[in-house]
Design a protein around this ligand. Structure first.
Ligand code: ZN
Ligand code: ZN
Length: 167
């Protein structure tokens, strides 16, 4: 949605709040659609002295897989955005931080989506010590050993060969 800050333009100290859901089910990241459920977007715009500030909270779940064993995982996520807004940017250096107002309005959907793409954690482990999958047979090693022979490091294998030859 577009937030119109015209109602708070004239008076410092005024705020205008918003609370809505944003559908990002079509958002593709790394070939997946990690946010099938709506994102809750809430917060307020504030007129403080000569500044307009946007405070935004994004609450959503990232549907992903364990990076090691591929088990489906859901990561509940809350991101907070706090950024100044202005009609124009005088200093090039500020242009990344400052959100440009377009005719007193700001596109909240765009800010929300940009923040999620940049900051949301899209990859994690099901648990810190996840054993992952066997590189040979693909079995989930969290459920116990798979029966494959243990991996032999090639450098040690060469060494073992040498030792055997010496016998
Ligand atoms: Zn795992
Ligand atoms: Zn195996």
């Amino acid at each position: 949605m577009r937030l119109d800050i015209l109602p708070i333009r004239a008076v410092s100290g005024e705020v205008i709040s918003f609370d809505y859901t944003l559908n990002l089910a079509e958002l593709e990241l790394y070939g997946e659609y990690p946010i099938p459920e709506p994102v809750r977007v809430s917060g307020y715009a504030e007129h403080r002295a000569d500044l307009f500030l946007l405070h935004m909270d994004l609450a959503f779940c990232v549907e992903t897989r364990c990076a090691r064993c591929l088990k489906p995982l859901s990561i509940p996520t809350v991101l907070h955005v706090e950024r100044p807004m202005a009609d124009s940017v005088e200093n090039e250096e500020d242009s990344d931080e400052i959100l440009l107002l377009d005719n007193s309005t700001i596109d909240l959907d765009e800010v929300a989506q940009e923040t999620i793409v940049l900051e949301a954690q899209m990859s994690t482990l099901c648990r810190e010590d996840c054993a992952g999958l066997c590189a040979r047979c693909g079995a989930d090693l969290n459920e116990g050993p798979c029966g494959c022979a243990p991996e032999v490091d090639e450098r040690f294998a060469a060494l073992a060969d040498l030792l055997h030859r010496g016998e």
